[in-house]
Design a protein around this ligand. Structure first.
Ligand code: PRX
Length: 650
């Protein structure tokens, strides 16, 4: 990485622009003039615009009304339409793409598998029948806690096929997190594996589930896929093997037509309180958002080999590994493990092996690649690549330029995609054949998306002034509610400005109308592109018997974007030792998962508080940042603007 001094330049001064090449424009799904047409059409006649786009899906019965916003902020899209997500991702491809690879999978130990659309369809149908045989039906909730193997997608699509809601829990979360999510969703069944490979070790998923199920009274059954051949305990009457339940199942399972608003899944994400929110997405609108944006933003063509490196445990995996690409009949690469196992060139090896054309990853990974050295990508043939994507956190211009030159050979448009679990699909991103990119900006809202940056009163801010990112019109893939908590849904997203969706991100718009997202203004951290609430970490800490009080803040981190710093006061008589610091870090990992491991635990006599007893977080953030920041990942100006916005939001 370059020197800190050089990196303390603001994105405010970033003026480089990269228009798409004439060659790219000539073949683009959406060239510039077409984008303009779509933008104007969506503004003038939003319902007509979305209705036309929705024709790209297969409907058993067409809708009567495009948008019903009468019960705002609970939207209904394509009201009266009947649809099945699994049918759209599988059945309708069989006639034309039956033998096309749907999932090309690379396991960590070097094993690999390819499933054609025909084969994937067969697996999904059989597994859907197996779920039915175990008593799962329409509206039931199913927790999926799986490694990155094709069966994770099979499980999701099987649930969708029979109208059960899946709740995928990232395999890096702890048993506590699994239990919490089981209980909030009142899951009836859990699908897991004995384990999954990560950095040469087996992550003991089934053992975690065993602990979780002791505290999950609603769960009746558990299906276990044998991935790693490790010994697991199978509880009689509760646990069944995947291969056993599949053995005699028929591959005949017609997709049922569900209401367009039938819930498709719940995905838990962190908010500003200690309790994760179950973001609820429904079928028609979500599927349209995921598939349309996949086609537009990645310029998807029939023969593309598309690889999104996310885990299916996150929204990126839902929308851009499973639903979007499979709905478009794409070939999707999927991998298990980590980018530096067995070696730091794993990704480049996979790209060369499968001739990947579209590659979608996160800035935190890009920063790690830079650290590991250019010789890794340079040792592989990356000439198949044609579009590069970024997601999950702001990408600093230095990382953007490296991605552009070293991975893309200066040839591939970079699509920096801003969106959230709640938005379901990409909201702000360049259409690669239409919009010139600027390093560090997600550029402009997609056609039909009315995103703006406003001040505290809701007025648009002048060029380059910081403000809050909001969305002013409902869009098809928006979340419908927080599962079981309509009030929290309204309070979190719709109470800042009447009728306007509040993203909790700070941003600015430059003089060309480009949006620069700076980061969260609430108490949500973004650690390596993963969302984590400061309150979740605090509540884990105060559960420890030696801790009296805790305050958790983020600090800029050159690799992870944000690191976790914990200020802890101890109970009387407890000594502040290094051993205790290590113990507290391990305790947080145990409670939440490895992604929440604190970078720093600092013991303090007291926490700084206002007279009314509120912890002075800005003060703690400044202290936490002071020691570490080189300003590389987040620029200093941005930090100042964010600090100000956070105060405004309080
Ligand atoms: O702060 C924004 C950041 O990630 C948050 C959403 O996190 P999550 O729901 O986990 O979804 C991540 C994957 C879509 C946002 O509120 N974020 C996401 N993408 C970007 C981003 N920040 C800046 N630029 C992005 N491209």
């Amino acid at each position: 990485m370059s020197s800190p001094e050089k990196n303390i330049t603001s994105v405010l001064k970033e003026t480089r622009q990269f228009p798409p090449s004439a060659e790219f424009v000539a073949q683009a799904n959406v060239p510039g003039a077409e984008r303009e047409r779509l933008v104007e059409w969506a503004k003038a006649d939003p319902d007509g615009f979305w209705a036309e786009q929705a024709k790209s899906l297969h409907w058993f019965k067409p809708w009567d009304t495009v948008l019903d916003w009468s019960n705002a902020p609970h939207a209904k899209w394509f009201v009266g339409g009947r649809i099945n997500a699994s049918d759209n991702c599988l059945d309708r491809h069989l006639a034309t793409r039956g033998n096309k690879a749907a999932i090309v999978w690379e396991g960590e130990p070097g094993d690999s598998r390819t499933l054609t659309y025909q084969q994937l369809h067969r697996e999904v149908c059989k597994f859907a029948n197996a779920l039915k045989a175990l008593g799962v039906g329409e509206g039931d909730r199913v927790t999926i806690y799986m490694p990155m193997i094709p069966e994770a997608a099979v499980a999701m699509l099987a649930c969708a096929r029979i109208g059960a809601l899946h709740s995928v829990v990232f395999g890096g979360f702890s048993s506590e997190a699994v239990a919490d999510r089981n209980n909030d969703a009142k899951s009836k069944l859990v699908i897991t594996a004995d384990g999954g490979w990560r950095r040469g070790k087996v992550v003991p998923l089934k053992a975690n589930v065993d602990v979780a199920l002791d505290k999950s009274p609603t769960v009746e059954k558990c299906i276990v896929f044998n991935r790693c051949n490790t010994a697991v305990e199978m509880k009689p009457g509760r646990d069944v093997w995947w291969h056993d339940v599949m053995a005699d199942e028929s591959a005949d399972c017609p997709a049922e037509p569900f209401d367009s608003e039938h819930p498709l899944f719940i995905l838990y994400t962190s908010g500003s309180t200690g309790k994760p929110k179950g973001v609820l997405h429904t079928t028609g609108g979500y599927l349209l958002g995921a598939s349309l944006t996949h086609k537009w933003v990645f310029d998807i063509k029939e023969d593309d080999v598309y690889w999104c490196t996310a885990d299916v445990g996150w929204i990126t995996g839902h929308s851009y590994i499973v639903y979007g690409p499979l709905c478009n009949g794409s070939t999707v690469v999927m991998y298990e493990g980590a980018p530096n196992q067995p070696r730091e060139d794993r990704f480049w090896e996979i790209i060369a092996k499968y001739r990947v054309t579209i590659f979608y990853t996160a800035p935190t990974a890009i920063r790690a690649f830079i650290k590991w050295g250019d010789h890794h990508p340079q040792a592989h043939d990356l000439s198949s690549l044609r579009v590069l994507g970024s997601v999950g956190e702001p990408i600093n211009p230095q990382a953007w330029m490296w991605y552009h030159t070293v991975i893309g050979s200066g040839r591939c448009p970079i699509v920096d995609t801003w969106w959230q679990t709640e938005t379901g699909a990409i909201m702000i991103a360049p259409l690669p054949g239409a919009v010139a990119t600027k390093p560090g900006s997600a550029t402009k809202p997609l056609p039909g998306i009315q995103a703006e940056v406003v001040d505290k009163q809701g007025h648009p801010v002048p060029a380059n002034a910081g403000g809050f990112l909001v969305v002013k019109r409902p869009w098809p893939s928006m979340m419908r509610t927080i599962y079981g908590d309509d009030e929290r849904y309204k309070a979190t997203y719709w109470s800042h400005y009447p009728g306007v969706y509040f993203t909790a991100d700070g941003a600015r718009i430059d003089e060309d109308g480009y949006i620069w997202v700076m980061g969260r203004v609430d108490d949500v951290l973004n650690v390596s592109g993963h969302r984590l609430s400061t309150m979740e970490v605090e509540s884990a800490l105060v559960h420890h018997p030696k801790v009296a009080e805790a305050a958790v803040v983020g600090r800029p981190d050159d690799l992870k974007g944000e690191g976790i710093v914990c200020f802890v006061t101890l109970k009387q008589g407890v000594s502040p030792t290094d051993e205790l610091k290590a113990e507290l870090k391990a305790h947080v990992v145990h409670d939440i998962g490895a992604l929440a491991r604190p970078d720093d635990v600092r013991f303090t006599e007291a926490l700084p508080k206002t007279r009314s007893g509120k912890i002075m977080r800005r003060f703690l953030r400044d202290i936490a940042a002071g020691r570490q920041s080189t300003g590389d990942a987040t620029t200093l100006e941005d930090l100042n603007v964010l600090a100000k916005l956070r105060e405004d939001d309080e």
